[in-house]
Design a protein around this ligand. Structure first.
Ligand code: TRP
Length: 329
């Protein structure tokens, strides 16, 4: 069985875009692959989060993923910093990662431009830590968005370089897991582009009904169709795309007809959309609340996940250190 690994940043909350997008596929993958899902808390240290908020950020993301259907019985669910083998492999990989190639990665250049006062070495070697995350489990497939493809390329490069330098076939080259047409693109509420974390654009899984209604009612539209069967502007099309994701097909048809014969009232469309979003998210929100309070459950999940992850990671690290030349006395 192939191994799939996905790293999750430990900042922010899950939104509908995550849920109906990649997460849907993660849930399915759990039955078909040997899955590792982890929270990349070490990576998030590059921006120096306040210590008082650090743990709750990790707990929040863990809770939201579990509430959405990641299953600790099927997958290894863990926190990066609980697996010291990752950090040890990171040190070994740092010796074969070159400053020039790290400086050339797009994400690094972007961060330097945005935060010139915090260009730390952890930021420069971010892709090396990510490579260690992946290679330590000898993962074959990594679901990544466009923005992470270059980092995955770096993981392949380091895998190849390590294997060549030490004459081993230890690391497989991890490939991007492309969901293709299975990946639903969820648009945002601000008129253009996909749903993300920016203000006014997204709906979080933990948003309550009132918040959901308020956000949807404020979504960008236009003045309405004036001609029969006219082309939809992007903001309106986006609302229809959302409606298709959460509502019954006949509801979509009904509003589409209203649009085509110019009788549509966007207020009605939004009310329906908000109601149907609530129907989907209510059970998840209830689970989030329940799991967040259940410290004993979270402890069990992390204990089991850490065990699975460390078992896999220590076997790889043993081989890597042997290849490099470490011997115990
Ligand atoms: N860099 C990834 C992101 O920002 C998160 C991440 C860290 C990751 N380690 C990983 C993703 C390993 C995949 C595999 O989204």
């Amino acid at each position: 069985m192939e191994t799939v690994l996905s790293g999750i940043r430990s900042t922010g909350h899950l939104h509908l875009g995550n849920y109906f997008g990649a997460l849907r596929n993660y849930i399915k993958m759990q039955d078909e692959y040997n899955c590792f899902f982890f929270i990349a808390d070490l990576h998030s240290l590059t921006t120096h989060p306040h210590p008082d908020d650090f743990h709750s950020g990790v707990k929040t993301i863990l809770t939201e993923y579990l509430a959405s259907g990641l299953d600790p019985e099927k997958s290894a669910i863990f926190v990066q910093s609980d697996v010291p083998e990752i950090v040890e492999l990171y040190v070994l990989l740092n010796m074969i990662a070159y400053k020039g190639e790290l400086e050339r990665t797009a994400a690094f250049k972007e961060k330097v431009r945005k935060n010139p006062e915090n260009v730390n070495a952890g930021l420069l070697t971010y892709p090396v830590l990510m490579a260690a995350d992946i290679l330590v489990h000898r993962a074959n497939k990594v679901p990544v968005g466009k923005d992470q493809e270059q980092h995955l390329e770096m993981a392949r490069l380091l895998a190849r370089r390590f294997n060549n330098l030490y004459g081993v076939e230890l690391f497989p080259e991890p490939q991007a897991f492309n969901f293709g047409s299975d990946l639903v693109k969820v648009p945002g509420l601000d008129g253009s582009g996909k749903m993300g974390k920016s203000e006014g654009n997204g709906i979080y899984l933990f948003d309550d009904e009132k918040t959901i209604h308020k956000k949807v009612m404020k979504a960008v539209t236009d003045a309405g169709p004036v001609e029969q069967n006219s082309k939809m502007a992007e903001p309106v099309e986006n609302l229809f795309t959302l409606l298709k994701i959460v509502s019954a097909p006949e509801t979509v048809v009904q509003f589409k007809e209203a649009f085509n014969n110019c009788t549509i009232r966007y207020g009605d469309l939004k009310k329906q959309l908000a109601t149907d979003i609530c129907r989907h998210t209510l059970p998840i929100r209830e689970k989030i609340e329940e799991i967040y309070k259940d410290e004993a459950f979270l402890q069990r999940v992390i204990k089991r996940g850490t065990e699975k992850a460390r078992e896999s990671a220590s076997a790889t690290l043993y081989e890597a250190k042997k290849a490099v030349g470490f011997r115990s006395f």
